[in-house]
Each structure stands twice: as C-alpha cells, then as structure tokens.
Design a protein around this ligand. Sequence first.
Ligand code: HEM
Length: 123
Amino acid sequence: MPRSFTSNIRYAKRDELNTLQAIQPELNRAEAVCAVLIPIKKSAQWWEMAQDERRAIFEEESHHTATGLEYLPGVARRLLHCWDLGEPSDFLTWSEFAPEYTQVFDELLLRMRASKEWQYVWA
Ligand code: HEM
C-alpha cells in the first residue's frame, strides 16, 4: 500500500467549497457498505503545467467538481496525495456508497474518463 496523506485544497474555489461542504456526506455511513479505492497517476505533462493551467483543465474544461457534485450526497469520498512522496501513484481516491448506487458510481467514472483531465491520467 503506497504511503499517502491528506492535504490542503489545490483547485477548489470558495463557492465550490461552500457547496461541497453543504452537501458532502461523512465517511463510514452505515448504509455505505461499498467502497472503491482508485489509485491515479498523472503524466509528466500534467505536473509540468502551472497551477492555473491545471485548474483550467480540471474544472473549466473537464467540470470535475461540477460533475462530481451531481453524485453527492450518494458518494462520500477522500482524496489522498502521494506524488510528493515519490510513490508509484500520485493520488489514492476512496469512495463509499450504498449498493444501490453502484451503477450510478460507474456512470460517474465513465464521465470522468471521457473528460480532458483524464487525457493526463495514466491508464
Ligand atoms: C463523488 C464525487 C466527486 C467530487 C464531488 C469530487 C470533487 C473533487 C474536488 C473538489 C477536487 C479538488 C480538490 C482540491 O481543490 O485540491 C477533486 C480532486 C480530485 N479528484 Fe475528485 N471528486 C469526486 C469524485 C472523484 C472520483 C470518483 C475520482 C477518481 C476516479 C476522483 C479523483 C480525483 C483526483 C485524482 C483529484 C486530484 C486531482 C489533482 O490534484 O490533479 N474524484 N475532486
């Protein structure tokens, strides 16, 4: 298991944080017995970009947060960072949801994989 840590917010703006904080559920809900751990690695090209260029791809072009918000409060999540530690994965993403939400979660993954951001994610 790669080492990882929770970190500060990198991309979210104040209004996005307010919206997230208002509707995102806590981890460990009794009904959320399905959990998915997805390691993510992004390309050298991603990491070479400036912060504002990454933000533009992440949100303005790929709508990561706006899309993800559609799946709240069904999905509870945690983002862990590993890039700074030189681990094989750059991020570990953890999601929890109720079994009846499985197909909906798959739909979210398909939408994310089709986004411009995912062109920088290693398969
Ligand atoms: C369930 C709905 C989701 C919401 C509301 C959501 C929201 C967010 C937000 C707001 C950030 C930016 C955090 C920051 O500002 O530092 C973020 C980052 C990230 N999310 Fe999601 N997300 C969701 C689902 C997912 C899923 C399913 C995955 C993986 C397949 C994922 C992978 C990531 C990754 C890898 C990052 C870090 C991107 C980077 O720093 O380059 N997210 N997410």
